[in-house]
Design a binder for this molecule. Structure first.
Ligand code: WT7
Length: 649
């Protein structure tokens, strides 16, 4: 278990330990204490109320069917269209001229899309997909940077009941291929290239490589984003501007069952094979919309919202696309990196659009801290009225800096705990209700129930660390792992099968005041800048290199990225250790197999790995070495001398 405390944290005297909302904020907040009271009184009636914030073509007959646990059905027999809720509904309510998306391209190009325009674009894409022969239930892979067409594609899929699988555009061709194959995607939507730090980098070649001989793929639809030269496969490849842009902007959304699969999103588990997390329609949208409204205190028509995530991650799905758009948001979508062309970029954007709600990751806050407060201080950030954090524990020092420097010292911060699997925020302060403590996610939201328990399932008292479990089903819960329901049961439900609880994979504790602290993963999953990467995945990429016989990977704490990847490898007989050259090759192998984000910070060639008598690699000990700590108990180890050998290198 990693600790929420961060090495850079200074002694915390003379600073408040708790930050109540200002009376003005509390008075105007969307969520007051009555929300919790309502949920406590009747949880299912509470969720029915939340679902009623959406437009249903047909109302449900039951709120929840849990008889087939752990596969839930929410809003049974309800019929709904997600895109209709995110787009058409606002146009029909007379808000068509409102800007939905302020797009800010990395090279400085901009584009505003109103809800009217978004509806036309989504309809055109939906008509095109229909012309291509796609029908509800088919899968579409989306491999795109943060441009409006990516969001349009997701919404067009949702509109037609096509299940999308967004693959982060930073992932390799190999990673894309395995996801395309697993979901048997018929269509891949991509771009010619993407802008990265002022350079146009081709992306389509990765798709060409990935889909070569992919049995399921019939068409590749390409948005021209950069104009870089790309190869073309006639009969398979289509330009967006030749198809979507010429299609009719009229399309009538059809209702789908509340349990129709909306999307698959792959995430790392404890084995080398990513899990295709399946989310469905009605319950997902209900919780996405409810949490966006209440946790971010979003005020339609007034706020300018910015979530800095990428649509390749669940945060982008739930808090750029479905949650915000269902609430009629006006939001910023930014294509590039925070330091392109320089470190002022985010603050310029906040100033330019008057961003009032800013949701980001602790790793970026720590990067801003490193760059120095003179950068944000050079801008008028007074529009900001709420800040959010997600992806990993935020250390108290970063929390306070975020509030003081970006928030002007007087705005609430919501530290939101959730997962790809939970679909939406589960644990977070309510900004107008909760006295927030820096570093703590505080409490399960109204309608959500969590416990901290020991191995045996005993609920632990305040002050004791244990495992975080979710002891009641929730509307946006995953419905399974694509193609592998057995793994779904084993991964999340086997550990507390007797109790019927969901095992989240995180350690947590309630402190003496009853505030909930998430302490980090307790399994072999690392968290690098808020991105989930499994040790097994990186190990399997490393042993894919011809020179490597065995590899062990651990996440070691890192000042900026939370954790950094540290690898230990044993070379095959007869392979020469060429030092930097070999290490460089191994790092490149991991980038190629998975993504540059999975590239180890450090790789050490070792003669042996510490293993238990049963042959299991002792990662805790490797982590101790990687973090330069004294070794703890090594008594279960086969040969304690291996440490001297490892350290001697
Ligand atoms: C894991 C889920 C949820 C979107 C981004 C990551 C960690 C997430 C917090 C937080 C402490 C957090 C957990 C969780 N995590 N948010 N506020 N405080 N830890 O989604 O890739 O599915 O990763 O991220 O370890 O299990 P994900």
């Amino acid at each position: 278990m990693t600790s929420a405390a961060h090495p850079s944290d200074v002694a915390e005297h003379d600073v408040p330990q708790s930050y109540p909302p200002s009376p003005e904020f509390a008075a105007a907040a969307n969520a007051g204490p009555e929300l919790q009271q309502a949920a406590d009184q009747d949880r299912l009636a509470f969720w029915a109320d939340q679902a009623s914030r959406l437009h249903w073509h047909e109302k449900w007959t039951d709120v929840l069917d849990w008889t087939d646990a752990p596969v839930a059905k929410w809003f049974v027999n309800g019929k709904i269209n997600v895109a209709y809720n995110c787009v058409d509904r606002h146009v029909l309510a007379g808000k068509g001229d409102r800007v939905a998306i302020h797009f800010e391209g990395e090279p400085g190009d901009t584009r505003d899309l109103t809800y009217n325009e978004l509806l036309a674009e989504v309809s055109r894409a939906a008509n095109t997909f229909t012309d291509l022969g796609l029908v509800a239930g088919d899968r579409v892979a989306i491999y795109m940077p943060m441009i409006p067409e990516a969001i349009v594609t997701m919404l067009a899929c949702a509109r037609l009941g096509l299940t999308h699988s967004v693959v982060f555009a930073g992932f390799s061709a190999t990673a894309l291929r395995s996801r395309v194959d697993d979901a048997e995607a018929k269509l891949v939507v991509t771009v010619d290239g993407q802008w990265r730090r002022g350079q146009a980098a081709a992306l389509k070649p990765a798709v060409d490589e990935a889909v070569a001989d992919a049995a399921s793929v019939q068409k590749v639809l390409v948005v021209k984003r950069t104009g870089v030269d790309v190869d073309w496969t006639d009969g398979r490849d289509l330009w967006w501007h030749d198809t979507v842009e010429k299609a009719s902007p009229e399309h009538e959304a059809q209702p789908f069952d509340a349990e129709h699969p909306l999307f698959i999103l792959y995430t790392s588990g404890t084995t080398g094979k990513p899990k295709g997390i399946v989310h469905t329609t009605g319950g997902y949208l209900t919780q996405a919309s409810y949490t966006h409204h209440n946790v971010f205190d979003h005020k339609e028509g007034q706020d300018v919202y910015w979530c800095t995530a990428d649509i390749g991650w669940v945060t982008g799905h739930t808090y750029i696309v479905y949650g915000p758009l269902s609430n009629g948001v006006t939001q910023v979508v930014y294509e590039g990196t925070p330091n392109s062309p320089n470190e002022h970029r985010h603050f310029e954007i906040i100033e330019k659009y008057g961003v009032s709600i800013y949701y980001t990751a602790p790793t970026l806050v720590r990067t801003f801290m490193k760059w120095g407060r003179q950068i944000p201080d050079a801008h008028d950030l007074s529009s900001i009225r709420l800040l959010g954090s997600v992806g990993e524990p935020i250390n108290p020092e970063a929390w306070r800096w975020f509030r003081d420097v970006i928030g002007g010292g007087n705005v609430p911060i919501v530290d939101t705990w959730w997962q790809t699997e939970t679909g939406a925020i589960m644990i977070s302060p309510l900004p107008g209700v909760t006295d927030a403590k820096p570093g703590s996610a505080m409490a399960p939201l109204p309608g959500i129930s969590a416990q901290i328990v020991d191995d045996a399932g005993e609920v632990l008292g305040n002050g004791k660390s244990g495992y975080l479990v979710l002891d009641q089903p929730w509307p946006s819960m995953l419905r399974g792992i694509w193609g592998d329901m057995q793994r779904y049961r084993e991964t999340y439900w086997a550990r507390y099968a007797d109790q019927g609880w969901y095992f989240a994979g995180d350690g947590a504790k309630y402190d003496e005041d009853g505030a909930l602290w998430v302490l980090g993963r307790v399994d072999d999953v690392m968290n690098i800048s808020g991105h989930r990467i499994s040790t097994a995945e990186v190990e399997s990429a490393l042993v894919g290199h011809h020179g490597v016989a065995e590899a062990a990977v651990v996440g070691a704490s890192d000042e900026t990225t939370g954790q950094g990847i540290v690898a230990f490898v044993i070379l095959r007989e007869g392979v020469e250790n060429t030092g930097d050259e070999l290490i460089g090759e191994l790092k490149a192998e991991v980038s190629r197999e998975i993504s540059p984000i999975a590239k180890p910070r450090q790789i050490t060639v070792v003669p042996e790995l510490p293993k238990t008598r049963s042959g299991k690699i002792m990662r805790r000990l490797l982590r101790d070495i990687a973090e330069g700590r004294d070794l703890g108990d090594t008594s279960t180890l086969v040969d304690p001398k291996v440490f001297d050998a490892i350290r001697g290198r």
